[in-house]
Design a protein around this ligand. Structure first.
Ligand code: PLP
Length: 396
């Protein structure tokens, strides 16, 4: 096989980049995949090499050929200046925030963010003298009114966790940059395949790799990618805070990444079919899915995004908790559990009311988040159909 330069790889389509990024079979005896290096100590040939750090690798925490391969593959995919690997999605969130904030700084955080991100801001950043103000996800350029002289970062997540509000990323990024603030985005839902974060003004793009990168519900993983401007601070904080990912988990993330393109296209297609079917059901008050026409976020989604993934929510007609249990407890294919992004379908009842502060959450009925996996759509719809019949009966 001919060796391909990194510059040339950047010109190929995204599925080609997913397949070839970070792989050099000639360096590992022709085997297709990079080997998994387990190791802490790295032996140097001489005292001089040891002291001067001349060898390529110096210590397990600082990287090895396995982590290098995944970093290169991820960089190839999103065109960032650099990426850091973190042991979970939430550690990627905290790493990105701590790389650009210091005591006395002010952070603007979207009200619809992933709830543990919110807890990190309230419980940890607050303790270090960093103040967080939550803002309405629909604020757009109006965010300017919330900017203070010490606002150093603006954090976005689109669509919002559980409630799926879309954000005008370029409008918010433009204001933030004009005031010298770093723009962070949680891009877990769309991945770089469906949303080009850097092309829309983001400086630090976060993914809970646990979801679509790993894709098989068998490992925890996170990644932060940086623009050229944000990269030095991210790289330095990541190294100084001692974060590293175990080599077997890096391998699982890399294995998942290779097929992320086909998986996401199928998640997209199946989720749209299930969502459209649900939208016609009398038991369903609303479907929250930005790729559906009529969704309040549809215009922004259509303008900025290249696709939609397998996660969306439904608002049911008002019903007691027992009716939600009757719907969900006996589903055959939708497991009840946290997280998402694996090959299997999931369902999760939720209520954002208790933790929103800049906006109020009143969707008009009980809510269920649905992750559509890779099962046959006809089977999934049959399962939901039977579940909604149980819901109707229990509602009386
Ligand atoms: C799951 C999730 C995270 C956190 O990822 P973990 O790997 O579970 O720590 C962060 N952001 C979003 C949007 C998520 O869905």
């Amino acid at each position: 096989m001919k060796k391909i330069s990194k510059d040339e790889i950047a010109t190929f389509g995204e599925n080609t980049r997913l397949v070839i990024g970070g792989r050099e079979p000639s360096e590992y005896h022709g085997f297709v995949n990079p080997p998994v290096y387990h190791g802490s100590t790295v032996l140097a040939p001489t005292t001089k090499d040891l002291i001067n750090h001349t060898p390529r690798y110096s210590y397990g925490r600082r990287g090895n050929p396995t982590s290098d391969a995944l970093e290169e593959a991820l960089k190839t995919l999103d065109g960032s200046a650099g990426v850091v690997l973190c042991p979970s999605g939430l550690s990627a969130v905290s790493t990105a925030l701590l790389s650009c904030l210091s005591a006395g700084d002010h952070l603007l955080m979207v009200d619809s963010t992933y709830q543990p991100t919110r807890q990190f801001c309230d419980k940890v950043l607050g303790r270090f003298g960093i103040e967080t103000t939550y803002y309405d996800p629909l604020i757009g350029a109006g965010i300017e009114t919330l900017i203070r002289p010490n606002t150093k970062a603006v954090y976005l997540e689109a669509p919002g966790s559980q409630s799926f509000e879309m954000q005008d990323v370029p409008a918010i990024a433009e204001v933030a940059h004009r005031h010298g603030a770093t723009v962070l985005l949680d891009n877990t839902w769309a991945t770089p395949l469906f949303f080009d974060a850097f092309g829309h003004g983001v400086d630090l793009s976060i993914q809970a790799g646990t979801k679509y990168i790993v894709g098989h519900s068998d490992a925890m993983f996170g990644v932060v990618s940086a623009s050229r401007k944000a990269w030095p601070a991210l790289k330095s904080f990541h190294g100084d805070s001692g974060q590293c990912v175990a080599p077997d988990d890096i391998y699982l993330a890399m294995r998942g990444l290779r097929t992320m393109g086909v998986r996401l296209r199928q998640h997209q297609e199946s989720a749209l079919r299930v969502a459209k079917w649900l939208a016609k059901r009398p038991e369903v008050h609303r479907v929250l899915h930005p790729a559906l026409e009529g969704d309040p976020g549809h215009a922004i989604w259509k303008r900025d995004f290249k696709g939609s993934s397998g996660l969306f929510s439904i608002v049911l007609q008002p019903a007691p908790m027992e009716a939600i249990g009757a719907f969900l407890d006996d589903l055959k294919f939708f497991g009840l559990g946290y997280s998402w992004g694996g090959y299997e379908s999931l369902a999760l009842p939720f209520d954002c009311k208790t933790y929103r502060s800049a906006t109020s959450w009143d969707p008009g009925g009980p809510c269920v988040r649905i992750h559509v996996g890779l099962e046959d759509v006809a089977d999934l719809i049959g399962d939901l159909d039977a579940g909604l019949a149980r819901f109707r009966a229990a509602r009386g």
